[in-house]
Every structure is written in structure tokens, then in C-alpha cells.
Design a protein around this ligand. Structure first.
Ligand SMILES: [Zn+2]
Length: 250
């Protein structure tokens, strides 16, 4: 229910949209506290695990990465535009080889998420950037793709001057119904499902499940007014030497 005019807190529109579009979203620090506690119960600690983080290149995503690194130490960077996982088998393999040794199994913690801004009035896609007096958009890569869809002229060939955005379009376009232009929150959820699929593909190519333990922490990173950082946690899980352990976070 909306507060009466004049009594509305500044971020009321933001919270309504957040609760409506991303029910169960948590402040980023609460999300990290819960995931950290859950992983510690499964034997993950800073000395015996490496974090691998895939988020959008946007500077808005950095405070979350910094929080992860304060908990888990220096992280391997999986990031590309929109959080696409473009590092491939070689990138996954490199990250895994950087995990601490000295125990029977190697431990990896994978964070992988697209992102979206929500404006103070609850407008999906809007954010505020340091030093700018007007709101701007996030995720810019997904917003640019939506504009091409709206124009009805999506270019899908690999543009050597725009490699990441080309691959993003090639990956997302076949998942849309013909002529469909999903709104930005919906497109962000589709991006999330692609990231989950590509994360699991990368793990399957690079990880020996019987000699490893890893966590798959995916969701959607949300930027709110006043530098608020929220995470909508998707279904998350860990695997310990071939045994799946569901992680309850939301
Ligand atoms: Zn972005």
C-alpha cells in the first residue's frame, strides 16, 4: 500500500518495484553474510578456496566485488558486458589452477550475475552514477540490445569492433519469440538463465567433480538509490566431491 502523499519516504517507489519484480531480494551484505555462513558449514574458507566473480563490467558492480574480495580474498575476474561468461574453457581452467592447494580437494566459489538499476521512483533500468546530475541506464548492454529489438533490425554477425555485445546478441536472440521485445527486467532474467547455463557448461568442461568442491551463486544484482546494493538470489547450490548441497539464501 502506498504511503499518503507527503509521507512517502524517498525510496518508496524503489522498494515497491524491488518487492514486485525481485521478491526475496536481500541487501548485498546480508546476501554475502548468508552465503558465507552456508559455505563455511560445508568447509569453505578463505585459505582453501578461490572466488571467481562474473558481473557486468559497469563500475556500479564494483562495490559488490569488493565486498566479496574482503571475505574471500582476491577473486578471478570472469566479467564481461552484462555479466556474460565469455572466458571459455581456457579462462575457467586458468581460474581453477589458481585455487589454493594443500588439501585433498580444490575449492571454488562462483558468483555470476547480470545487473539492473531501479530508480528512486521505482523505474526499472535507471541508476545514478557518481559525478552525473542525471539518471542513466543499467544494464547498458541489455538496454542497447532492447533498442535494436525495438527497431526491428538486430545485427547478429560478429562485429570485430564490438565482440562482447555481438556475442551477447547471438546468445540472447534465439531465446526470444519472433518479434518479442521483453521489458528490461524480463530480459535481465533471460540473461540470468543464460549465465547459469554457461557457468554450468564451463564447470562441466573444467572441473573434476570428485577432486573438487564448488559453489554456484547466481542471481541478479540490483542498484538502488543512495548507492543501495541488493541481490536477488536465484536457486543456489554447492557440490562437494560429487554430492549436491542446496544452499538456502533467500
Ligand atoms: Zn551492465
Amino acid at each position: 500500500m502506498r504511503a499518503p502523499p507527503g509521507k512517502m519516504p524517498d525510496t518508496m517507489g524503489f522498494r515497491e518495484t524491488l518487492d514486485d519484480l525481485f521478491p526475496g531480494a536481500l541487501p548485498a551484505q546480508d546476501y554475502l553474510a548468508k552465503t558465507t555462513a552456508a559455505l563455511r558449514r560445508l568447509g569453505f574458507d578463505r585459505e582453501h578456496a578461490i572466488a571467481c566473480v562474473g558481473v557486468c563490467r559497469d563500475e556500479l558492480t564494483r562495490p559488490f566485488v569488493d565486498q566479496i574480495q574482503r571475505i574471500w580474498g582476491e577473486a578471478f575476474n570472469f566479467s564481461s558486458l552484462a555479466g556474460m561468461l565469455l572466458l571459455g574453457r581456457t579462462g575457467f581452467s586458468a581460474a581453477l589452477h589458481h585455487a589454493p592447494t594443500g588439501s585433498e580437494i580444490r575449492r571454488y566459489i562462483f558468483f555470476a550475475m547480470p545487473h539492473i538499476g531501479i530508480g528512486q521512483g521505482g523505474e526499472p533500468g535507471l541508476c545514478r552514477r557518481a559525478g552525473q546530475d542525471q539518471p542513466s541506464g543499467a544494464c547498458g548492454a541489455l538496454i542497447a540490445f532492447r533498442k535494436e529489438l525495438e527497431g526491428g533490425n538486430v545485427r547478429l554477425e560478429l562485429d570485430p569492433d564490438d565482440v562482447e555485445q555481438s556475442l551477447l546478441k547471438q546468445r540472447l536472440f534465439p531465446l526470444l519469440r519472433h518479434g518479442d521485445v521483453p521489458d528490461l527486467p524480463h530480459l535481465t532474467r533471460i540473461m540470468h538463465s543464460v549465465i547459469v547455463e554457461d557457468l554450468e557448461r564451463g564447470i562441466s568442461l573444467a572441473v573434476d567433480p570428485l577432486r573438487a568442491a564448488w559453489a554456484e551463486l547466481t542471481g541478479i544484482q540490483i542498484h538502488g538509490p543512495d548507492r543501495q546494493e541488493w541481490i536477488w538470489p536465484a536457486e543456489s547450490q554447492a557440490w562437494v566431491q560429487g554430492v549436491r548441497e542446496p544452499l538456502t539464501i533467500g
